[in-house]
Design a protein around this ligand. Structure first.
Ligand code: PNS
Length: 167
C-alpha cells in the first residue's frame, strides 16, 4: 500500500513570526508527518516584510524541526491546503476575542472543503497577549521586543523599522 503522509498546514501572515507562532509550530509539528507553514502573500495589508522575507525568517527559526516546510501562497487557504495534500488546517487560539473570527473562518473553509478540518491549539499562556501587530507597534516606538520574538528576528525588525523611518 502506498504510504500517504499525514500533512498539516498552518497558514498565516507571520509579519513577523513571534514566539507565539513558534510555539504553535513546535507543538503542531509533533502531530503530523509534515507541517507546512504557509505564509500569505497579503493582497490588502501592506506587510512590513515581503512574503519571501517572512518565509526566510520562519525557515531560520524552525531549522531545528525536521518535518517543517515553509512556503508562501496566494489565494484561498483551502485551495492551497488541497494542493499540498493537507487535510488539516492548524490555527492558534489566544483568547475569546479570537474565537468569533476563527470560527467564521473555519466554518467557511469547511463549507468550501468538507474534507479539510481546522484544529485549534490553545496558545501558551506566556504568549496569550501577543500579536505581530502589537510587536510592530512596540518596535516602532523603540520599545523592547526581545520578549516577544525569536532572537534572530529582533535585529531584522529593528533594521526594517529604522529603514522605514529614514525614508
Ligand atoms: O495570521 P493571520 O493574518 O491571522 O492569518 C489569516 C489567514 C492567512 C489564515 C487568512 O486570512 C486566510 O486564510 N487567508 C487566505 C484567504 C482565505 O482563504 N480566506 C478565506 C478564509 S474564510
Amino acid at each position: 500500500m502506498k504510504h500517504v503522509d499525514h500533512v498539516g498546514i498552518y497558514p498565516g501572515s507571520f509579519d513577523p513570526i513571534t514566539l507565539g507562532h513558534l510555539d504553535i509550530i513546535e507543538r503542531a509539528a509533533k502531530m503530523f508527518d509534515k507541517l507546512i507553514v504557509a505564509v500569505l502573500i497579503n493582497r490588502s495589508k501592506s506587510p512590513l516584510f515581503s512574503a519571501d522575507e517572512r518565509v526566510k525568517m520562519i525557515q531560520m527559526v524552525t531549522e531545528h524541526i525536521d518535518n517543517v516546510e515553509v512556503v508562501s501562497f496566494d489565494g484561498l487557504s483551502v485551495d492551497f491546503a488541497e494542493a499540498m495534500g493537507a487535510k488539516v488546517i492548524v490555527r492558534g487560539l489566544r483568547a475569546v476575542t479570537d474565537f468569533e473570527y476563527e470560527l467564521q473562518m473555519a466554518q467557511t473553509n469547511r463549507a468550501m472543503r468538507h474534507e479539510i478540518d481546522t484544529i485549534f491549539l490553545t496558545t501558551d499562556l506566556r504568549y496569550a497577549y501577543l500579536s505581530s501587530s502589537i510587536v510592530k507597534e512596540v518596535a516602532s516606538y523603540g520599545g523592547q521586543i526581545d520578549l516577544f520574538l525569536p532572537p534572530a528576528i529582533v535585529p531584522l525588525i529593528e533594521a526594517r523599522i529604522r529603514e522605514k523611518k529614514s525614508n
